[in-house]
Design a protein around this ligand. Structure first.
Ligand SMILES: [Zn+2]
Length: 156
């Protein structure tokens, strides 16, 4: 389903290690995540393990196989809300801009789009589109605190 964003993961461990930035861990990853550290939300590959060689904890860098027109990013935990989602992200040297995110409430999805600095809410239940979510948020402030699930970005 998200084969278009297939990528390799390159290990990042300690500066002196021969594996650092040299070792390809996986060559067929598809999922890319958002992860919150303190109050910052960052791109996360989903990979975290100790390096076999230097024993340092290692992360990985995403190396895209192509230039995907869209990136589909999954919030890895439920602590990421609409205000946390960055407007722009850089993955493997390519810049992407926010298009929409989905939020999960009870048993249905709502999608929030950003078009020309306005946020739009699309509700799958009553098939409505709320033109100005900031005004809506004043009526129902909880919406800004609901966990996001998936976000879509497009290539600049
Ligand atoms: Zn290492």
């Amino acid at each position: 389903m998200i084969e278009f964003q297939k990528h390799s993961l390159i290990q990042i461990c300690s500066d002196v290690c021969i594996n650092n930035k040299n070792l390809e861990i996986l060559d067929d990853s598809e999922y890319i995540f958002f992860k919150k550290n303190d109050s910052n939300v960052n791109i996360y590959s989903g990979y975290m393990r100790n390096c076999q060689r230097c024993k340092h904890s290692s992360t990985s860098k995403i190396k895209l196989n192509s230039r995907p027109p869209f990136l589909f990013i999954k919030s890895i935990e439920t602590n990421i809300n609409i205000n946390d989602i960055p407007k722009n992200i850089n993955v493997d040297g390519l810049n992407y801009s926010f298009l929409c995110t989905t939020i999960h409430k009870r048993d249905h999805f709502r999608a929030i789009f950003e078009i020309k600095n306005n946020l739009y809410l699309v509700n799958d239940l009553n098939k409505t589109m709320m033109p100005n979510i900031r005004a809506f948020a004043e009526i129902e402030p909880i919406i800004m605190n609901l966990p996001t699930t998936y976000s879509l970005f497009f290539l600049d």
